[in-house]
Ligand binder design. Sequence first.
Ligand code: GLU
Length: 487
Amino acid sequence: MSNIRVRYPPSPTGEPHLGNIRTALFNWLFAKNNKGKFILRVEDTDRNRLVEGAMESQLEALKWLGIDWDEGPDIGGAYKPYTQSERLDIYKKISDRLIQDGFAYKCYCSQERLAQMREGYKKTQSIVGYDRKCRNINSLELGEINNEKSYVVRFKTPLEGKIIFNDLVRGQVEFENIRLDDFVILKSDGFPTYHLANVIDDYYMKITHVMRAEEWLSSTPKHIHIYNSMNWEIPEFAHLPIILAPDKSKLSKRHGATSILEYRRLGYLPNAMVNFLAKLGWSLDGETEKIETSELISNFSLKKVSKSGAIFDIDKLNWLNGVYIRGLTADELTFELLDYWKIFPSLELPVNIDYDLLKRIVPLISERIKTLNDAGPLISYFFSDTVKYKKEQILQKGLNFSDVNIILEKLYSEVIAIDDFESNVIETNLRNFVSESNYKTGQVLGILRVIYTGLDVAPPLFESMEILGKKHCVSVISRAIDNMKSS
Ligand code: GLU
């Protein structure tokens, strides 16, 4: 067991995003690859943005994808609690200490004053940030300030020099201190800001590698300042590339779902999703697309994480999911589908589906579906005695209704005469029938396809007929004949 410890600390502010879970996955793969620990933490200090049920969604998404954690809010661990709102004492203690040691100060500026200040910046178009009024308040003035008055605690960022650090993905990164602002570390409600809580927790939870999305890069110098002022060892940092749409714009709903749970609802397989997410910014060799989770674990390395934005390509995900579906045995796909419909019932199918029947059906569709959700409409005819179709559908190219009548009558006697109702026998008989008739294969089989399935493009006909059974097949033809007559 190595000492490597990484963390995934979501803020429960909504459904887990593709980008969030990609970050979780990279951390998890890194931990597994290094035989380290993966820690889950709840960063719920921004009380205004909390969304009820958001953390449950995070856990659900991780569990669905098989991303497990060694320590976390639900299972505890040596450094509990793992929920920031339960750690307020620690943050207050460190904030006090930073004030005492001269690294931070109380700021009493009112919201109105700060708003005025920002307005002024707008006019002069100068750098937006706190003007440091309270930083230089002398002790005499401090005494005058009513202790009851609300305040925030700000970090006293050095006014010169710079922070230089080595990012494991981006190499050497530099930030000028003068550009950093005296950022708030403790808010007036007594809650820490992200910066303070994040650093304190990473330190106390003995995190060795901080791997997070690129958008947090500009926070890192602030964090390093806090580490330095506390004399704490600084962890390694790795900022993961942003995820972009194919046109390199910001990924949004119009490029496909952004919530990971939406992909579950849409019928993607968890291992296909893991494979797809792993390739958003990481690659094995620049070409291999299908990489099973075990291979991802054994090959994952930060050296192969790219600096440039990762392109989210829904077509690739659909293709990859199809590859994973085709890689399943009939038993596995049957299980997957039944599990899926248990959570997301299909409108086209009955509630209880017989396992053995479904297992006979799945080989007919595994080549034809890209997601589990595609299966319902494609196989509903196996579960319905009266498939609906329009009369025009039955009218195959080059035929008129009287042709269709004739064909149906003949098919009735053909099908009823087949004793051994197996797909290959059915096929031989029907093909012989076609070749001896004046009609084309497509016309005759097209009629059967429509009356049995109601679909214009359907799973293989003869295999379907075998599964539907002779009795059903005969009665459907006879009903079709009646329908033709009745109109
Ligand atoms: N709570 C932050 C988020 O929601 C965590 C950022 C970090 O990993 O430091 O993304």
